[in-house]
Ligand binder design. Structure first.
Ligand code: HEC
Length: 136
């Protein structure tokens, strides 16, 4: 009996924890904004470790971004649009992760101009989603 109780609590927790909430997404967004600021500081202080840490944080966080459970469950006219939005999110995530690597490589090579150029492309990806999908 005890075993079943524990198992069901663990199960419930796992299911609950796997749901992506809007609160978590906002938190992840703030983490990414922070990572972008860190990267910029790394440029200014010419500190590769700061740039690297920021790029890593960005790469780890962007893959978590998705529609929330509530949004996924919507059974209305927006559903089709939502699915398109998810595909777009996937492409954006890939691009941001690739840019983060390229940016770091350029900075490591001492090519600050190219590193900054790629950094700006990441910013453009963030804003592209904000202007098109913010009402997800
Ligand atoms: C796939 C779409 C998407 C991408 C890509 C995206 N965002 Fe967001 N962002 C959102 C949405 C949607 C919100 C609104 C918050 C919510 O409803 O979850 C948001 C909100 C924010 C906020 C405000 C959070 C708050 O405190 O209210 C910040 C800061 C932010 N994003 C930063 C970024 C940065 C930096 C990047 C790029 C590295 C980025 N976002 C990329 C969709 C995106």
């Amino acid at each position: 009996m005890k075993f079943f109780l524990v198992t069901s609590i663990v199960f419930f927790h796992t299911v609950y924890a796997s749901e992506y909430t809007q609160t978590e997404r906002i938190h992840d967004m703030q983490k990414m904004a922070h990572a972008m600021q860190d990267i910029q500081s790394g440029f200014f202080y010419n500190n590769i470790d700061i740039v690297k840490a920021g790029a890593e944080e960005l790469k780890e966080t962007i893959i978590k971004i998705q529609a929330t459970e509530a949004e996924k469950g919507t059974k209305n006219v927006y559903e089709k649009w939502m699915n398109n939005a998810s595909a777009m999110t996937g492409r954006t995530q890939k691009r941001i992760r690739k840019y983060a690597d390229t940016m770091l490589e350029r900075f490591e090579d001492g090519d600050v101009n190219q590193a900054l150029h790629v950094y700006n492309r990441i910013t453009a990806e963030c804003l592209k989603c904000h202007t098109t999908l913010r009402k997800w």
